[in-house]
Design a protein around this ligand. Structure first.
Ligand code: NAP
Length: 213
């Protein structure tokens, strides 16, 4: 991770007052949520649904969208309904008992932080010029996304990480002013790295898990 002059390239000083574990939770998940939502423009007063509202990307997305003035709906399983509310979701849909796609309600932005939702499904719950934002952006979706851009209706954007210094500065400010707080479900010692990855692969983590080196 060094450039031609042997200077470190991907290093950011931890802001004063931020603990190591919180700092470690930010790249990649928080910057992915931040950049995805940035692409959606001004979110003030917009209705934003976060699918997978309490996972790594999702729990940051709920808090960031709220901080940007959006009216946030979170989608999660029963055990995470309370957490989604605590993160700032004004309404919460438990996907084990309700399908937001067939509810008849429409949203300005649907952010699939879970990464398994198809555009064809999400589209039914989008407003006429609504945006489908997704962490899963296979090549097959690129053509559709480009085409939709020219048609002027619904759009598809990828939620990818961007790591410019101003992105770090923005997320640090949101943490400093209390708008965003990383949720860390568990801290594993280095010797339990395998267990940490097993937990991650099960897709049921609340917020982030951290490996302590
Ligand atoms: N983490 C990152 O830094 C990052 C960055 C870029 C892209 N991605 C991609 O983004 C996706 C999510 O990553 P993640 O790390 O945020 O995952 P994660 O922490 O495992 O979170 C996944 C979330 O999805 C929820 N979920 C499970 N089944 C669902 C369903 N049927 N409907 C709606 N939500 C459901 C889970 O909530 P319940 O427990 O309530 O079911 C969980 O909160 C992955 O495809 C990953 O590759 C991740």
């Amino acid at each position: 991770m060094e450039n031609g002059e042997n200077k470190p390239k991907h290093i950011r000083k931890i802001p004063e007052g931020m603990i190591f574990e919180d700092a470690a939770s930010l790249p990649v998940a928080a910057l992915t949520a931040l950049n995805g939502l940035r692409l959606c423009g001004n979110l003030r007063g917009k209705t934003v649904l976060i699918n997978g509202a309490t996972g790594g990307v999702g729990h940051f997305a709920v808090q960031i969208a709220k901080a940007k003035g959006a009216v946030v709906t979170g989608v999660c399983s029963t055990r995470n309904v309370e957490l989604a509310k605590q993160l700032g979701a004004q309404s919460v849909i438990d996907y084990t008992s309700e399908n937001f796609i067939s509810s008849g309600k429409q949203y300005d932005v649907i952010f699939d932080a879970y990464g398994k939702l198809k555009f064809a499904e999400a589209s039914r719950a989008l407003t006429q010029k609504g945006i489908f934002l997704t962490t899963l952006f296979p090549p097959s979706l690129i053509f559709k996304a480009v085409l939709l851009r020219f048609l002027g209706g619904k759009k598809i954007f990828p939620a990818n990480m961007r790591k410019k210094p101003e992105d770090y500065a923005e997320i640090e400010k949101l943490i400093e002013d209390g708008s965003v707080k990383p949720v860390i479900e568990q801290i594993y010692p280095l010797s339990q790295t395998k267990e940490a990855f097993t937990a991650l692969e099960q897709g049921k983590v609340r917020g982030k898990i951290i490996i302590q080196v």
